[in-house]
Design a protein around this ligand. Structure first.
Ligand SMILES: [Zn+2]
Length: 188
């Protein structure tokens, strides 16, 4: 269990902002740096690595990172934990051409929650992550949309569920041992 991360490795120059955030002097240089960091504490601690932009100002002799670096590290943590990254969540929503508000209405997630996930401020839990992954399948998303718009009733014939089966009777259906068949799901 590492407690101190390996030293960073500068990779190469990349385009970045011109002026220093601290002193405002132009001529800021930006470098991509491979930056190992420790994730977790105690037994769970692991060293992860993210390539982050580091800005250096020669006028005030200072190097600093910004939001993009924080996002790159957040993504590394998400991948380590097996969770969708903020960009992947946004891609699912945008794939259905939905605003955060519309996506929240359809999924039942809070709009503020969706926004925080996409900004990388908060990480979704495992159950939300699996729910989001299911939404990558257009068939599943269409079924969900019908459920959201239809007050809990599944659309007719969807996913092999008998016509007009409600969520409650779907439970009974399952308990009866009849079983569901999920067909026609294409990988996203
Ligand atoms: Zn400066």
């Amino acid at each position: 269990m590492p407690t101190i991360a390996s030293p960073p490795t500068p990779l190469h120059r990349i385009p970045g902002p011109d002026a220093c955030r601290v002193c405002g002097t132009p001529g800021l240089t930006t470098e991509l740096v491979r930056d190992p960091f420790i994730c977790g504490v105690g037994e769970d601690a692991v060293e992860l690595t993210a390539d982050v932009p580091v800005h250096t100002c020669s006028a005030c002799d200072l190097s600093y990172t910004g939001e993009e670096a924080a996002m790159r590290k957040h993504e590394a943590v998400c991948r380590h934990l097996g969770l969708l990254t903020p960009g992947e969540i946004r891609d699912i929503r945008k794939g259905y051409e939905m605003s955060q508000a519309a996506f929240a209405r359809t999924t039942g997630f809070g709009e503020a929650t969706v926004a925080r996930w996409e900004r990388g401020e908060v990480m979704q839990n495992v159950s939300s992550d699996r729910y989001l992954r299911l939404l990558r399948y257009p068939t599943v998303f269409l079924l969900l949309k019908s459920l959201a718009e239809g007050g809990g009733r599944a659309p007719k014939g969807a996913l092999g569920v008998p016509n007009g089966l409600s969520l409650e009777s779907a439970e009974q259906f399952r308990d009866s041992g009849a079983g569901f068949s999920v067909r026609g799901l294409a990988a996203a």
